[in-house]
Design a protein around this ligand. Structure first.
Ligand code: BGC
Length: 759
């Protein structure tokens, strides 16, 4: 855990140059706009420890799988997000000496991320070898108003000398990924062009053949007047750069504005991508830095209006929650249904930038509550569009009749993760994808989604469950063998309670969806039935049988649902019995020891109770929470939020707050010592849920909105807004009062303060 980020309600501030934390800061101060992202690396040269990372949404590489022993059904590749051509470099020589903060003496270094406006500022003073001293202020942003545009304003002032600056403004597609395959290059050059005003490199990814055109243009000013003399561009393989020479007198500020246009063949025709890039460069140069920044700022302003959470009385908590919201908003904007949310967003390469069940299980509620309905809808449509691939994926494993197994990890619908226990066994993701359809409709009321897309997905998932279970003659029940539940510290278990629950729930909801669509649009239903060869009578008969006779492990004495068969055979210890040096167990223990232990990585039984809370009594929730939480090590960042929400239901305010603290500043304080790999974007949505569903107690039942708020003792007040069915609802909770009202839109009945019934 670190504590070097200064607390401030809207700003993330790092003061003083800390090379040892540089990679952590590069993650924390990352910028993105849904289409592209950039780690907070320096513009000028830096020979110290750094991870230059530029990313373009949807652009990936299918890397070799690395498994010891090939098993039939393994995915062909492991997808990784590609480090994309770099556009941010502004390399500077000061009277012949390279400006490099690893070599210069650095003073007054400060990095500030203005979350309200999405602008990163860095300032410092540097004294290079022969005592020449400059001050630098650089600001940059990835435009929220135009997702293909980035801009930098780099101001440099010679403090004690008259300067001759040699500036180099490159586009560099000769980049490598930092996560693995260090020396392998994934880009080949398609074309490049440079003149004195602009440079463009079009590069192609190996194997996937995405084209990315990265273009830059610039302006150099002193006192508002354009200055600088460009010389012949430097062209190398996958690289184009413009050298500019300019002099500045002592005390004069030189302002270098570098504009970037990043285009992907996902959005433009390959044949014309270079030309479009060139046209757009002319446009952004003409617009200029201030105009682009203003458009970007007002876009952020609008986004915050519906999404902000205020916390009074705890600046660290205020900063933490805004950081989470900020990162989520800059990762996914919902404009493009082909895109999704990688667990690290645009802040790093780990987890390959792929889509996990995190999207449905954790992220969807955030976008439902804070953005236009189409944003969350596009997350659902993403899965709909990949249904055929999910059917093919299941077929590879031996399933038939249109059964779908969605991938645990994907870029384009294909499974791209290679650990057998995850790809073959963590089938519970299918349940979350079905649940997200229900969750979306429950929240928005757009029941018609079932007719348009939802039912087809639900039937395909139900078909999977109905083939995945088998009849146990011994138990006289349906069972589900050989699975891994959300708690990945157990593999190949039988009857994971959560998975069985979500399977039967899917069968039930699909039944409802069939009835709904049939009634709303019989012709459409019949067309779908015939397209997917749905034998409603036979198939639903089996589903009903499974629902009725599914086996759920339960202990009569403790009256708790059992995470899986045989769970009580384990030595039941609690986390506080673990020695400090044994934690985190995933770094300290052998896998074998973890698997045999009772320790739980993340909510498992409790995940099911959280999803289907209405089906459980207060006592059931309490008994299971009291049994499982003490064994939970929360070694997935997705774990604490579910516990905040359930602890809040149970009135365990201290516990709820303790769990909340673990999620809200996870990256800002580098809680798990892994922020240098990137931020935990998907768990940030869990932090949001912790406030809205946990402390705020928001629920939607039968089309009605409920709140049951409490104020953590550590805060004086908090407030948030949520979008709900065309309205904006404002919630203010203070010691004195709770004020919940419709701020915009039609009046709405809101139910406040209903405790969960005590059974
Ligand atoms: C968690 C998974 C999650 C993945 C990506 C893992 O550590 O156990 O539930 O999908 O991280 O966030």
């Amino acid at each position: 855990m670190k504590n070097y980020i200064k607390h401030d309600p809207w700003l993330i501030i790092e003061e003083g140059f800390k090379p040892e934390y540089n990679r952590i800061s590069e993650s924390i101060f990352s910028l993105g706009n849904g289409r592209m992202g950039q780690r907070a690396t320096f513009e000028e040269d830096y020979s110290g420890d750094t991870h230059q990372g530029s990313y373009v949404a949807g652009v990936y590489y299918p890397d070799k799988t690395r498994v010891g022993w090939w098993k039939n059904g393994y995915p062909e590749y492991f997808a990784k997000v590609l480090n994309a051509p770099a556009w941010i470099d502004i390399k500077i020589k000061i009277n012949g000496t390279t400006l490099d903060l690893a070599k210069a003496s650095v003073a007054n270094f400060k990095r500030v991320l203005d979350m309200q406006h999405g602008i990163l500022t860095r300032s410092f003073e540097a004294t290079v070898a022969d005592g020449k001293k400059v001050s630098v202020v650089s600001t940059r942003f990835c435009s929220m108003a135009d997702g293909e545009v980035g801009a930098i304003r780099y101001q440099i002032k010679p403090l004690n000398f008259d300067a001759s600056f040699d500036i180099l403004l490159p586009v560099d597609a000769d980049v490598v990924n930092k996560d693995s395959n260090y020396d392998e290059k994934f880009w080949t050059e398609v074309s490049k062009y440079a003149d004195e005003k602009k440079a463009i490199v079009v590069a192609e990814t190996r194997k996937t053949f995405f084209h990315v055109a990265t273009g830059i243009t610039y302006k150099v000013n002193v006192g508002g007047l354009e200055v600088g003399k460009a010389s012949s561009p430097i062209l190398k393989e996958k690289y184009a750069a413009i050298p500019v020479q300019v002099n500045a007198k002592q005390g004069e500020t030189l302002s270098i504005e570098k504009f970037a246009v990043v285009l992907s063949s996902e959005n433009h025709k390959k044949e014309s991508i270079a030309r479009i890039c060139e046209d757009k460069l002319a446009f952004v140069r003409e617009a200029g830095y201030d105009k682009l920044e203003n458009a970007h700022r007002s876009n952020w302003k609008q986004r915050w209006e519906g999404a902000d959470i205020t916390i009074d009385g705890d600046v660290a908590a205020q900063q933490g929650i805004r950081f989470n919201i900020f990162q989520l908003m800059q990762t996914y904007t919902g404009e493009d249904e082909r895109l999704n949310i990688g667990p690290k967003g645009f802040t790093g390469e780990k987890y390959g930038g792929s889509t996990y069940w995190d999207t449905e299980a954790y992220c969807l509620p955030f976008y439902l509550g804070t953005a236009d309905q189409k944003v969350a809808r596009n997350l659902l449509v993403y899965r709909y569009k990949q249904l055929q691939k999910a059917i093919e994926n299941a077929a590879k494993l031996g399933f038939t009749n249109g059964a779908a197994l969605y991938p645990m990890v994907t870029m384009n619908g294909e499974e791209c993760h290679n650990e057998w226990e995850i790809t073959f066994e963590e089938i519970h993701r299918n349940g979350a994808i079905a649940y997200a359809i229900f969750d979306y409709i429950r929240y928005t009321g757009e029941e018609n989604y079932l007719t348009e897309y939802g039912l087809e997905v639900l039937i395909a998932i139900s078909r999977f469950w109905s083939q995945r279970v088998n009849w146990s003659a011994d138990k006289q029940k349906y069972v589900m063998l050989g699975v891994t539940g959300p708690n990945e510290y157990e593999n190949n278990v039988n009857n994971n309670w959560y998975t069985n629950l979500m399977a039967t729930w899917t069968l039930e909801y699909t039944q409802y969806a069939i009835a709904y669509v049939k009634q709303q649009d019989k012709a459409k239903y019949e067309a779908l039935s015939s397209k997917i060869k749905f034998n409603e009578t036979e198939e639903t008969k089996r589903w009903a049988d499974i629902r009725e006779k599914m086996y759920f492990p339960f202990d009569e004495t403790k009256e708790v649902f059992l995470q899986q068969d045989g769970f009580l055979d384990k030595e039941l210890l609690t986390v506080n019995q673990l020695k400090k040096e044994d934690r985190p167990i995933n770094q300290k223990w052998s896998w074998d020891r973890i698997l045999r232990s009772c320790f739980i990585k993340q909510a498992d039984v409790l995940q099911g109770i959280y999803f289907l809370e209405d089906r459980f009594s207060f006592d059931e929730i309490k008994r299971n929470f009291d049994f499982y939480e003490p064994m939970t090590v929360h070694e997935s960042s997705l774990s604490p939020c579910v516990h905040v929400i359930l602890a809040s239901v149970l009135g365990y305010k201290e516990k709820a707050y303790e769990m909340y603290l673990r999620t809200s500043r996870l990256d800002l304080d580098d809680y798990n010592n892994d922020t240098e790999d990137g931020c935990h974007i998907t768990s940030m949505a869990g932090t949001w849920m912790s406030v809205i569903k946990g402390f705020g107690g928001m629920r939607v039942k039968d089309g009605k909105l409920y709140f049951n708020p409490f104020l953590p003792d550590q805060w004086n007040a908090y407030s948030f807004r949520v979008e709900f069915r065309g309205r904006v609802i404002g919630v203010n909770v203070s010691r004195e009062q709770t004020d919940i009202k419709v701020i915009a839109g039609e009046p709405l009945e809101i139910i406040i303060g209903q405790e969960k019934e005590l059974a």
